[in-house]
Ligand binder design. Structure first.
Ligand code: HEC
Length: 135
């Protein structure tokens, strides 16, 4: 009887685990980082309308329009600059720098200048993720 109950419980736990691995249930990688660190201000789809954006000056950028506002080209090095923190303080910005996203492996990243710079892999993945949001 007890063994049957245990089997039932572990079966349930397994079902929960499988559900947690389904892509819609739990985003992974940069999509997950985005949900955790960015969506509050920039909104779940990047439109700049997250719950924390109300009344914020300057308003969080609409991240789906970065390419459209740049002649159709995703401004990757500018985005990386923002994420790495180079461009902090250019305004009374509420945009924080995310130390958590600097943790983990580093990759050699070429921003297009031909120079490869050691950059946290999660920030590079985030820039690639933002590129997928372009409208
Ligand atoms: C506390 C609110 C807040 C959070 C959280 C936040 N941002 Fe921002 N973000 C802003 C604001 C405000 C601006 C516009 C002012 C500026 O450019 O600094 C901005 C601007 C940006 C820009 C610049 C757009 C451009 O035109 O160059 C990028 C890229 C960006 N955010 C990405 C992110 C990403 C990725 C995250 C999560 C890792 C994030 N932001 C989290 C508030 C936020």
């Amino acid at each position: 009887m007890r063994a049957v109950m245990m089997a039932g419980i572990s079966g349930l736990a397994l079902a929960g685990l499988v559900a947690a691995c389904a892509p819609e249930a739990a985003p992974t990688g940069a999509a997950r980082d985005y949900a955790d660190y960015c969506a509050a201000c920039h909104g779940p789809a990047g439109r700049g309308n997250g719950p924390a954006a109300v009344g914020m000056q300057p308003a969080p950028a609409d991240l789906t329009q970065l390419a459209a506002q740049n002649g159709g080209v995703f401004p990757k090095s500018r985005v990386m600059g923002q994420l790495v923190g180079y461009t902090m303080g250019r305004s009374e910005s509420h945009m924080p720098v995310f130390d958590a996203l600097r943790e983990g492996p580093v990759v050699m990243y070429d921003d297009g200048s031909g120079q490869r710079v050691a950059t946290p892999a999660r920030l590079v993945a985030m820039a690639d993720y933002l590129q997928t949001l372009q409208k």
